[in-house]
Design a protein around this ligand. Sequence first.
Ligand code: NAP
Ligand code: G4F
Length: 358
Amino acid sequence: MNISKQKPPKSGRRALVTGITGQDGAYLTRRLLELGYEVHGLIRRCSVPNTSRLDRLIPPDSPLRERLCLHFGDLTDSASLLRAVESARPDELYNLAAQSHVRVSFDVPDYTAEVDALGVLRLFEAVRTAGLAEKIRFYQASTSELFGKVAETPQNEKTPFHPRSPYGVAKLFAFWTVLNHREAYGIYAVNGILFNHESPLRGENFITRKITLAAARIALGKQDRLTLGNLDARRDWGHAADYVEGMRLMLTAETPDDYVLASGEDHSVRQFAEIAFEKVGLAIRWEGKGIEEKGIDQKTGRVLISVDPQFFRPAEVDLLRGDAAKARKKLGWTPRYDFRALVDEMVRADLKNESNSP
Ligand code: NAP
Ligand code: G4F
């Protein structure tokens, strides 16, 4: 992998991806490389290597790597953004970088706003300073968290916003920053309002991965119990591979617009856990209410899941279910995974990894 100023060989279109080391960054990068793009990524300096997701999807000996180039930078550092934009001179810019954890945003609200809100503005300033405003196509990773305390169900592009966390509020600033740059400077900039999307590469402290990892470890005798927060929360979960394809499609439309990507189904945290545990051969029975609720192994009577209020949020988003009709119709977006296939892939991957590690 090229780091910084070593340019990869020239090819077709050029993309710059911020957040390239994250879940979506890795899936999007693989897809763009497969399509022949030259991909530049913004990467933060880290005390341990942080390219494990890229390494998993694009093996070190893959010829795709020749068209991948990483630049050190940070959304809080304007000069580094300008350097990356000027060096890559991208046709397409995907801004995926964010402090993306909603619960954590209550602990670090100031930092979350610096990155998730002002970071987007800094990136637009870099684009304009580099003289790329007329040529670039800019994707912003907006979120269903904007709907927050939902005004209607399902949510679509016209549903009013009511964010419920510092993360959601910061992403609201970012959403409007995109619209403002579209209207004020004519930049081709779009918001992808994406509902939750998951994969085996999902961070381990998001609910789906926390559950699939724990189910695998409990089945293998490596963990006793899983402790969760709000079991009643409902989310619209899809697969990241499908959603990065939607991001790309948004930048191919003739005119810039904002789109919801969602599966159209919602499930509770409790249901997700039940299915994940079932897939490792553990049937769960629920007993008790509120913080006393327990998920019990039907066969042995052992408590496998319990509730800990430390995982509750100061303000919760109770229910998200999206309507992606516009993206399906105008972009031809067709997700391949359904809910069960998603859970199945995540559980299998965690079982495999955990079986092969101490
Ligand atoms: P993720 O796995 O948490 O990845 C976040 C990425 O942002 C990582 O590469 C991280 O780098 C990078 N980053 C964080 N702070 C940064 C900073 N100050 N400067 C530069 N890079 C920084 O998130 P994801 O699930 O792939 O999500 C991608 C984007 O979509 C995020 O903006 C998220 O808010 C948004 N989104 C996600 C979902 C979802 O369900 N996944 C739904 C809607 C919207 P490190 O690896 O160095 O930490
Ligand atoms: O997996 P989560 O942490 O995802 P959340 O808050 O929905 O945010 C994710 O999706 C957003 C799109 O809607 C993105 F914008 C955002 O970047 C992120 O990717 O939590 C899902 C639900 C919540 O209601 C939470 O309260 O699960 C509930 N939950 C219950 N117990 C838990 C836990 N969440 C976590 N992380 N950990 C728990 O133990």
